[in-house]
Write a protein that binds this ligand. Sequence first.
Ligand code: NAP
Ligand code: ZN
Length: 381
Amino acid sequence: MTNTTTTTVATSTTSTTAAAGATAAAGTTSTTGARTVAAYAAPAPKAPLEKTVITRRALGEHDILIDVRYAGICHSDIHQVGEDWGDGIFPMVPGHEIAGVVAETGPGVTRWAVGDRVGVGCFVDSCRECDNCRAGLQNYCTGTPGAVFTYNGVGRDGEPTYGGYSAQLVVDEGYALRIPDELELDVAAPLLCAGITLYSPLTHWGAGPGKKVAIVGLGGLGHMGVKIARAKGAEVTVLSQSLRKREDGLRLGGHHYRATSDPATFTELAGTFDLIVNTVSADLDLSAYLGLLKTDGTLVQVGAPEKPVSVNAHALLTGRKSLAGSMIGGLPETQEMLDFCAAHGIGAEIELISADRINEAYERVLASDVRYRFVIDASTI
Ligand code: NAP
Ligand code: ZN
């Protein structure tokens, strides 16, 4: 990355807030050490993203500065820009699938050195004291204020957080992960959300030899689920809306591939699976999918549609079935996932884009026209 900070001193102030449309050029550092950074932001809910300049805080004792190299586009970014899940903080700089290189370290940093390859996922802080944080489940932090999301959140300093669609990021050293050398940074970026979001439930619910696992939806999350479930030794079925992606589904690791638009899928596969992971971003008839589970099987919801999900109680009662949810993963498990992926040669299938194509990419994700993750080349930001 060429646009690392210079020693230029801006006359400005101690403000650490982002300033979409700010006149300051990217690449300046204030007397306090805060720096201006190029980014792409949605200025308002549902608005197209546009190029802007944000301010990153001065490095604290345990902070690292990361030169962002690649940032994945997750469907959650689109949900949040669209306020599907509630009010957002604008301007919003999305991006929680971040791969980059350490460019500077705060004086107390012990874990990282300049040049290290690092990733940042969906959260950049948590209370660090609750039972979940102590157990490494920072994603389920129950303290105050809870996990601080990488963007559309509020940090300890009371300022909004801004995500990975930016040239640089400042983060506490404990919330960065090591990207193994075996993984290229571009295909590693989506692992920080899509990868861990599937790795965690597949691990928790024991996907492995002798288990029949279905992955619903072959998008960013789903294709990682197929690869990871296969690598864990499970018998994997892809359940996609149509037969359009059949060849890909089998190439990525599916043993079987069925279209959910075909009613025969639901009769012929009834009672088949130990575990189903639903990655679909829209409402589905979950009762129909519960019918595909064996007795004692589990349907895990990871897709996060706008509307509440509903099920027919009888679909759960019959066969003592479970409906569960799962959200990303904690820091130790995310590192475990990265190491697992490196050991198994698993990266995301990506379409690398320049930053000026983010809005086009959003349209294509919404049309399920992505194979299988858009990744922004941050050098174009
Ligand atoms: P994505 O790339 O758009 O993939 C979603 C897939 O769902 C599509 O490729 C499509 O697959 C299927 N789909 C979309 N609309 C559908 C519809 N109307 N009916 C049936 N199938 C449909 O999205 P993603 O980035 O993988 O994210 C998926 C969801 O997971 C989003 O809601 C996102 O917010 C959520 N998410 C949750 C977590 C978590 O921690 N739980 C983390 C990240 C993301 P086919 O064409 O193969 O059917
Ligand atoms: Zn995500």
